[in-house]
Design a protein around this ligand. Structure first.
Ligand code: HMH
Length: 220
């Protein structure tokens, strides 16, 4: 069988897990308007803290970029970091609206596990190729999930529109496509071992995303 690009091959080979991570019942409940405010607040509290760790992870991806990378490639990651700053400001504003006290949040186990995985990827023993692959997929799962909440027949509640637009907008989708191209370019000439490591990291991302949604959809 002729091998295609890393990203296309990965999504084909892990179709069921990818589909489970991007068609979760938590997202379906936003899409059909049946979501409970408690679940949404729980997701927001946890995700804010995830994003705080994610900032460090994305910075580590930038540091790992090969020195001879074209400037436009570096700028894609830099743009990602810039977007995270406005994301954090948005989280604080939303938290205020939902009466969430972000500094009082206790991290739940699935979030702790995900942040621990990010920390591991931040380490200097994780190659750039592996880190950028995970980065692409982390963004893609949110993009594809939230995009479904903006489809014509979606009944997303008005108060959640700014959330779903953050990750489900055409601009965010373009950004994931740019990341995808960076991944495929980086892995084209990588060793078999790095390709395998990148594949494994991406499987882990899907598993962790799935558990993160499970956590958000679970009411105590
Ligand atoms: C858990 N995955 C999780 N949170 C996010 N904010 C994203 C992906 C996308 O940035």
């Amino acid at each position: 069988m002729e091998a295609g690009s890393f990203t296309a091959d990965f999504l084909k080979q892990n179709h069921d897990l990818y589909s489970a991570a991007t068609n979760h019942s938590f997202i379906a409940s936003i899409r059909d308007g049946s979501i409970d405010a408690q679940n949404f607040k729980l997701w927001m509290e946890q995700d804010y803290h995830f994003v705080r760790e994610f900032v460090r992870f994305v910075a580590s991806v930038l540091v790992k970029m090969p020195r001879d990378s074209p400037e436009c490639d570096v700028d894609i990651i830099l743009g990602g970091i810039t977007a995270l700053e406005s994301e954090i400001t948005w989280f604080r504003k939303e938290a205020n609206f939902w009466q969430i006290f972000l500094e009082r949040v206790t991290l739940l186990q699935p979030n702790k596990d995900y942040c621990a995985f990010l920390k591991q990827l931040e380490g200097s023993d994780t190659p750039f190729t592996v880190a950028i692959s995970a980065f692409w997929l982390i963004e893609l799962v949110y993009c594809v999930s939230f995009m479904s909440c903006l489809e014509k027949d979606a009944k997303t509640p008005f108060e959640l529109i700014s959330t779903v637009k953050r990750w489900g907008s055409p601009e965010f989708h373009d950004y994931t496509l740019k990341l995808m191209k960076l991944v495929d370019k980086a892995l084209e000439n990588a060793s078999k071992d790095e390709q395998k490591q990148a594949h494994e990291a991406c499987v882990r991302v899907l598993e962790l995303e799935l558990k993160f949604w499970d956590m958000a959809g679970f009411v105590l």
